[in-house]
Design a protein around this ligand. Structure first.
Ligand SMILES: Nc1nc2c(ncn2[C@@H]2O[C@H](COP(=O)(O)OP(=O)(O)OP(=O)(O)O)[C@@H](O)[C@H]2O)c(=O)[nH]1
Ligand SMILES: [Mg+2]
Length: 659
């Protein structure tokens, strides 16, 4: 059945992750056992392992109200419950954003609800997530779809509150109230959502494998809760925008698409955007033949693509409702007619493999270099050992003079080397002061200074123009900092490069290209936030009169996002500075030891010629050992770089990727 395809691939993806996880753990142990593990490396591997464990695939459903988001989610993912799991019958409007996922930390499946009143606080939803006590929690009984469906009805609940309260929460605005426009009378009571956000955790296999589904409410929620557009949607791997065939593309659909969903010029390399043209069953007509019906569906698809300015391939005509019924009743013909499969194929053929690639790139970026460095180091040791062995073999049958001469030469080499190491120590000090400048520029203190300045600019300047100026100056400040950091990083790298080259050329240490630290990614993220800010300024919601609360909210989520960009840049710079010299330091230590050992060997041979054969045997032994270690390391490297599991062949056992 159609759903199995996505599940199957999700399982293959999960198996791949488990395999990589195991490999990394092996690598970590391997390093530990050989005392090759610097604490920074340890941390890096640990963080990569954590990132793998926490990896999630988020799909967000966005649309105007009543287009069928919730029904689509029910049909694609939860048809196996044999009923509508999430409330999506007529008149059941989703009132708060709902995240469906699996919380490994909790033994009990749950529904957690954040009271709407928290909108008054200056805390982000992300922040509330770390504080379960602020949520109203209800257990979900996974053995009873009825109990679950019943509990999940909470997300459609509303309540009546006095006008003043609705205003204070930023949930009433007369310019949006049709009733007020008609009668000129303000309501006494206003209907508002009961909850601000819902977290739904239960052990569904897909969710257990890391799928997260974000269902959003259609009614103005994107404008009301800036955190959704600033943080949550950009973090999703795929956003599914839903339209309905019976309403076509309305003005408000277009507004939402332009202001919140479709961003031109934004880097969307990790993100997919697809449009579901839902409710095609309303075009089914018993009096028309199939060809005519298909032609009208095709023509709608083309029109939608044109209006939204996207490729027709990104538009998927479907019927969520018939798809759900088809699956529940095992009615293959109906399911096929619903065309749900093509949308599911898109998720499993495009979104999922792309996610895997992104994750693999991340892993290789984090620990791939470490593996290479370790390999280079051991390979360097192997070369040294072979050379040493050759030298010793050449000593067979040589007289005492030759050995004396060799000792003298070795001592001289050692002295030059030690002088260079001293030079190295002083360039290390230069490096440290460079590093300090870099870290200061990226510190959160520096960030807060930029923010405070902007905050002052913004106080009282709640006009669109004032807002534009303040935001522009904030982003200019942030960009300037990043540029400075980039400059320092490049200077630092040049210095390190020169040092590496010196040791390579003068002492034959293996050539290493030092790691690069780039701020490009962070600049890109800041740029995206700036675009987000522009879109927000230009959106119809911002034109509302009562906007200061909203702007404050927007600012809070924008700042928290930018702050996290700075924080990550800071952490990466920090880790980079700690690590970038490690391979060289390690090699210098290694080389020093090799030289000492050589002198020692020569001394012993000069005292007793019997030692020579013993030493040769010893070196042969360690050469064999090194070769074996390099093989192990290659195997680990191969696992990390192994081609993506073949997801095309449906008949292949999905778990075979581990072998
Ligand atoms: N005919 C038809 N009706 C559908 C289809 N999908 C959903 N509906 C109906 O459309 C209405 C809205 O569906 P929902 O899934 O609640 O829509 P939503 O986009 O989640 O709406 P909000 O939660 O209000 O934002 C319900 O009455 C559904 O039964 C479909 O494929 N065909
Ligand atoms: Mg809904």
């Amino acid at each position: 059945m159609a759903q199995d395809q996505f599940s199957l691939r999700m399982r293959a993806y999960d198996a791949w992750k488990a395999d990589v996880l195991q490999t990394l753990e092996d690598f970590q142990q391997w390093l530990d056992a050989r005392e090759l593990n610097e604490s920074e490396n340890d941390l890096r591997i640990y963080e990569t392992l954590e990132a793998l464990r926490k990896d999630r695939l988020t799909l967000a459903f966005v649309a105007e109200f009543s287009r069928g988001k919730t029904e689509l989610i029910n049909a694609i993912f939860f048809a196996n419950y044999g009923r509508r799991l999430l409330p999506s019958e007529a008149g059941r409007t989703t009132m708060c954003p709902s995240e469906l996922f699996y919380d490994r930390e909790s033994k009990q499946a749950y529904l957690r609800l954040l009271p709407i009143e928290t909108r008054r606080e200056e805390r982000s939803i992300g922040d509330y997530k770390t504080d379960p006590l602020q949520w109203v929690s209800m257990p979900l009984d996974t053995d009873s779809p009825e109990q679950m469906a019943e509990a999940l009805r909470e997300v459609v609940k509303t309540k009546l509150v006095p006008l003043k309260i609705a205003r204070a929460l930023g949930l009433y605005d007369e310019s949006q109230d049709a009733q007020f426009k008609k009668t000129g009378e303000l309501p006494e009571q206003v209907e508002i959502p009961m909850w601000r956000h819902a977290l739904i955790s239960f052990p569904h296999p897909l969710l257990q494998q890391g799928l997260v589904i974000l269902d959003t409410p259609g009614l103005n929620a994107l404008g009301n809760e800036p955190e959704l557009t600033v943080n949550m949607l950009p973090a999703a791997q795929a956003v599914l925008f839903v339209l309905a065939a019976d309403t076509g593309v309305t003005r408000s659909d277009l507004d939402m698409w332009e202001h919140h969903v479709h961003r031109k010029n934004t880097s969307q390399h990790t993100k997919h955007l697809a449009v579901a043209l839902n409710k095609i069953d309303t075009l089914w007509d018993d009096l028309k033949d199939n060809n005519a019906i298909n032609a009208s569906i095709e023509s709608q698809r083309r029109k939608v693509a044109e209006l939204l300015g996207i490729d027709g391939k990104q538009v998927f005509p479907v019927s969520a409702q018939k798809g759900l019924v088809g699956k529940v009743r095992n009615d293959e013909a109906l399911l096929e007619r619903s065309r749900l499969q093509s949308l599911e194929d898109f998720l499993s053929d495009e979104v999922l493999p792309n996610k895997l690639e992104v994750l693999r790139d991340h892993i290789l970026r984090e620990v791939g270099g470490l593996l290479e460095e370790t390999y280079t180091l051991l390979d360097g040791r192997l070369q040294q050992t072979s050379k040493e062995l050759e030298n010793l073999r050449a000593l067979r049958g040589k007289n005492a003079d030759v050995i004396q001469h060799l000792m003298k030469k070795s001592r001289e080499e050692q002295a030059t080397y030690l002088r260079n190491v001293e030079g190295f120590q002083s360039s290390r000090r230069v490096l440290q002061s460079q590093a300090k400048t870099m870290q200061e520029a990226l510190s959160l203190d520096a960030f807060d200074t930029i923010i405070n300045k902007t905050r002052n600019d913004m106080t009282g300047a709640w006009t669109t123009h004032g807002l534009k100026k303040a935001m522009q100056s904030f982003f200019d400040g942030a960009r300037e900092t990043m540029d400075q950091v980039a400059m320092h990083a490049e200077q630092t790298r040049t210095l390190i490069r020169a040092t590496y080259r010196k040791f390579h050329e003068e002492h034959g240490l293996p050539a290493v290209t030092p790691k690069v630290f780039s701020v490009d990614q962070y600049n890109m993220e800041l740029h995206r936030l700036l675009e987000e800010a522009d879109a927000f300024r230009n959106s119809p919601v911002t034109a509302m009169i009562e906007q200061s609360l909203l702007i404050k909210k927007f600012f809070v989520s924008l700042v928290s996002q930018a702050r996290s960009v700075f924080f990550r840049a800071n952490q990466e710079a920090d880790a980079w500075l700690k690590e970038v010299m490690n391979p060289l330091v390690q090699q210098i230590k290694d080389h020093k030891r090799v030289m000492e050992k050589r002198l020692d060997t020569l001394r012993r041979i000069s005292e007793s010629r019997d030692t020579l054969e013993g030493k040769i045997n010893e070196l042969e032994g360690s050469r064999g050992e090194l070769r074996r270690e390099l093989e192990t390391l290659s195997r680990l490297r191969d696992t990390l770089q192994r081609p993506l599991p073949d997801m095309v062949d449906e008949t292949a056992a999905p778990l075979a990727v581990a072998g």
